[in-house]
Design a protein around this ligand. Structure first.
Ligand code: FE
Length: 204
């Protein structure tokens, strides 16, 4: 994912120029920009998505509603998604991967800001052509028997992956479960890892 032939620096430069201009004209404050970024980085994502996943793991009826109408079920937890959102479920037989081949459409309303690699030309093009190779580069080697489904996001259709609940989490609370769910697992480039075994009492 390191090679990026796209004009990312140009886009970044243009954004900075625009921001500077708006600040100079008094239409925007640097504080307001920082506050918005903080809001999406810390307050919303990816914790909002993680809470949705944890709820689906502990509440079968909620999981059903989530898979039937993602936007409505997520709004139930206080996160209006705006854009229609489909939640796709990973199972032992099917692994889902989300991409936006055209640009960088992303369920930022529940996952926060997208990672840089998500916007890279390499990811956007290769996720569709050779998803298994891309997943391997993320450290996720899937069995050949597992079907990989790639979902191409757009301005009016976003996707989020409902990862598999890892084994050994039967005794965890909903909150503890949410803490295990990573952003990458909800994009589909990772699985949710089982928690490390609690350390036993020290023996001396
Ligand atoms: Fe896009």
């Amino acid at each position: 994912m390191s090679y990026d032939p796209e004009q990312e620096p140009y886009v970044a430069l243009r954004t900075k120029a625009l921001e500077s201009l708006l600040i100079e004209k008094g239409l925007l404050s640097a504080e307001a920009v920082d506050a918005q970024i903080r809001r999406y980085e810390q307050d919303i994502g990816p914790l909002a998505g993680a809470r949705v996943v944890a709820r689906a793991w502990v509440d079968a009826a909620y999981r059903q509603r989530l898979l039937e109408d993602g936007g409505a079920a997520i709004a139930e937890l206080g996160h209006p998604t705006g854009t229609p959102l489909i939640v796709v479920e990973n199972t032992p037989a099917v692994h889902n991967l989300v991409v936006c081949t055209l640009c960088s459409c992303y369920p930022w309303m529940i996952l926060g800001l997208p990672p840089t690699w998500y916007k890279s030309f390499a990811y956007r093009s290769r996720a569709v052509i050779e998803p298994r190779a891309v997943l391997r580069e993320f450290g996720l080697a899937l069995d050949e028997a597992v079907t990989v489904q790639v979902w191409d996001s757009s301005a009016d259709q976003r996707y989020m992956v409902l990862p598999e609940r890892p084994a050994g989490t039967e005794d965890l609370t909903e909150e503890e479960l949410a803490a295990l769910v990573s952003r990458d697992a909800m994009i589909g480039v990772a699985k949710v890892a089982a928690p490390l075994a609690a350390p036993g009492p020290a023996v001396n």
